[in-house]
Write a protein of this length. Structure first.
Lengths: 210, 210
DNA sequence: TAGCGTTGGTAACATAAGTTACACTGGTCG
DNA sequence: CGACCAGTGTAACTTATGTTACCAACGCTA
């Protein structure tokens, strides 16, 4: 854990803070697909991502989902921080996109570290900043783009996050994350295949050139 | 200014901070419709709202707009803080919705106050928290609701923000903020009128019961 | 091997929203 | 007064997206 922490956060945090984190943090590994936070749950700790990726999802009245953004190495969950302040329930769902390593820090430390460590403050602010910006871009995509453009962005992002030109998802799963329907996604994917940009297979999609 | 500040922020900030704000802050009044921040602009100061409301808008590739949320008394602009950190340009446009009074604080103070005053830290965190939540709810509305529901929410919010059951906007202006077209909005407004929920007039709308 | 569930392809249709076009009205300004 | 313009109402049409239905292909396992 110590080495992992230093690799991912050594350049951000001063040594004293690193030591504090080692004292109270717990190292965790989660597997792709594991549910990490459920909507309405109370938050116990704050995650510092060391490797892998976590997807953050929003749910509508019918229980259908919408992908908001991903967290990656060096990120933390602003929603979590947000919740800690007000002791409110989670507004979002978090699911591991890939196998992920992270360090959980008890939220009780937040207050103290925020006053004690400048690097921690900066990290927290930066994190909020990044999340707000990601929300903005997700918003752009949803409000301004057609489904075919949204699908394209989705595929691109998925390739980047998974570092894999092969997307191992069913059309149904993709439809779910884009808050659309399977038939629509199949239709648009087929169009992309006809354009020569992807190759469709059962249970996976080969990305050629996006 | 001193009195305004104490009224709106006295319960939030410790006296020493209030004094600091008085030292470096400048009092400003803006009129409804005034453009306060343009997309791509660099930010000079951070606004602390004393009264009135400011609308925050996002722009698409074609220059069309989308209303994100309003800032009110006691709010500040997280996007501004966000920008200060990274010295980046504004991602959004800010326009006074009503006549508004506010105190501008130079961004140079941010860093110092954040380490010096606990109440300032809490204020900044709280502000990020609120903005993230508002973004979430705007997102819900755009991703999950039909235009008629979005229009309804829009009208309700407008009444609340302006504290006025009469909405003094043309259909075109409403269409703009919802990123739709005039014809669509006229159509839906007429439907609402037929349902007896509003009364349409030239250049204004009477809200009966939403 | 036969049967079954999952996945994907596709057609036919329904609906929400955007677009174009044009008429009407009320107010303004020469 | 008459011309003009902004704001609104409405019809007719297009398009994107969602829905329903059904079939075919694949892989599993009884």
């Amino acid at each position: 854990m110590v080495q992992e922490l230093k690799n991912s956060y050594g350049h951000l945090f001063e040594d004293a803070l690193i030591n504090d984190i080692i004292q109270v943090g717990t190292y965790k590994e989660v597997s792709a697909g594991d549910k990490m936070i459920e909507i309405g749950a109370y938050i116990k700790g704050m995650p510092l991502l060391v490797s892998g990726a976590i997807k953050i999802l929003r749910e509508d009245k019918n229980g259908d989902e919408l992908l908001l953004y991903y967290l990656e190495k060096g990120d933390t969950c602003s929603m979590t921080m947000s919740c800690c302040m007000g002791q409110t329930k989670s507004e979002i769902r978090a699911i591991a996109e890939t196998d992920t390593k992270l360090i959980m820090v008890p939220i009780q430390k937040m207050e103290l570290w925020t006053s004690k460590y400048k690097s921690w403050r900066n990290f927290v602010f930066e994190s909020y900043h990044n999340r707000l910006n990601e929300m903005l871009h997700t918003m752009d995509s949803i409000a301004f783009d057609n489904m075919d453009e949204r699908l394209l962005s989705y595929l691109k992002e998925k390739v980047r996050i998974n570092k894999d030109k092969t997307i191992r998802n069913t059309h149904q799963e993709i439809a779910y994350e884009l808050h659309s329907s399977r038939v629509v996604i199949s239709r648009l994917l087929k169009k992309l295949e006809n354009m020569g940009r992807i190759k469709l297979h059962r249970n996976y999609i080969e990305i050629l050139n996006l």
